[in-house]
Design a protein around this ligand. Structure first.
Ligand code: HEM
Length: 127
């Protein structure tokens, strides 16, 4: 497993822990922020060092690798409205909680699928 995969796994574990603590704001909010910052940071780093987006756009990758990129990108884009709605819940905006929950669940599923398909990119040192 590469260092980037370990970081991505750590971010996903934070997301799972934050999800399990969804009823406890004092834990849920910092865990979700940490996971999101780590994920966004990793994508920015991969973009700078490897032109990740250009590689994805070339469609030269295998189907599982493309599925990984599709769901990971979806999750990354959805993080922003989820963040916005999360803070709207904190501000006490009516209706925000149900919207946050629905969109957050979709985001969590996307990120989990992206995470599982990430392992299709795992190459043994010998190969
Ligand atoms: C991908 C990231 C996130 C996921 C998957 C997620 C998921 C959830 C879920 C499923 C709930 C339960 C809603 C309910 O049962 O009614 C919840 C509640 C909540 N979330 Fe998030 N969330 C995420 C990020 C955030 C962020 C960044 C904030 C920032 C403020 C936030 C703030 C809240 C608040 C305030 C609640 C209500 C907690 C309560 O008092 O019960 N969430 N979240």
């Amino acid at each position: 497993m590469t260092v980037n995969m370990i970081i991505a796994t750590f971010a996903w574990v934070l997301l799972v822990l934050g999800f399990l603590a969804r009823k406890k704001r004092s834990r849920h909010i910092p865990l979700m922020h940490s996971a999101i910052i780590l994920d966004v940071g990793l994508v920015l780093y991969l973009q700078v060092t490897r032109d990740a987006v250009q590689t994805a756009m070339e469609f030269s990758l295998s189907l599982p690798e493309q599925i990984h990129i599709l769901f990971s990108t979806l999750a990354l884009v959805l993080y922003f409205p989820v963040l916005y709605l999360g803070w709207a819940v904190v501000r006490g905006k009516s209706g925000a909680r149900s919207k946050h929950r629905k969109l957050a669940l979709v985001t969590f599923v996307c990120r989990t699928l992206g995470f599982l398909f990430m392992f299709s990119m795992w190459q043994s040192p010998a190969s």
